[in-house]
Design a protein around this ligand. Structure first.
Ligand SMILES: [Zn+2]
Ligand SMILES: [Zn+2]
Length: 136
């Protein structure tokens, strides 16, 4: 039998990972982790969570919890997860996927930096718009 190339091994691993991830996303275990995360959030902070990018109100029933890392899938630490609204969540993943720079970086580092970057971009954008309206 011919050994799998490095690339094939890597992509097989990615497929296996993806299958596991999607099965988990539909599970009661994940629902319990989400609820537990919100409880933890409320113990640590005053007020309700907001999307880590656009800062819109985050709701357990509607919005996503993004994994900074999949290392502890099923036994996530509070810090492994970030509240994101649906559209910011897709932007985070599109940004990581769309860039060699980000996708080469370790998942936690890339994920945290991309979220910061998108938040800054969004904030600058809002500031500019304010300035334009004030100027006109
Ligand atoms: Zn958002
Ligand atoms: Zn995610």
């Amino acid at each position: 039998m011919r050994a799998l190339s490095k690339h094939a091994r890597k992509s097989a691993k990615r497929d296996e990972h993806r299958t596991r991830y999607y099965a988990y996303m539909g599970s009661d275990a994940w629902r319990a982790v989400r609820a537990g995360w919100l409880t933890e959030y409320r113990m640590r902070f005053v007020g309700e969570p907001a999307c880590a990018v656009c800062e819109k109100e985050w709701q357990l029933s509607r919005d996503d919890l993004h994994h900074h890392t999949y290392d502890r899938l099923g036994a996530e630490a509070f810090e492994d997860l970030a509240p994101l609204c649906r559209s910011c969540h897709s932007r985070v993943h599109d940004t990581i996927r769309g860039s060699r720079h980000w996708s080469r970086m370790r998942d936690v580092a890339a994920s945290i930096k991309v979220i910061q970057r998108l938040r800054l971009l969004l904030r600058n954008d809002v500031d500019h718009r304010h300035q334009r309206t004030r100027a006109s």
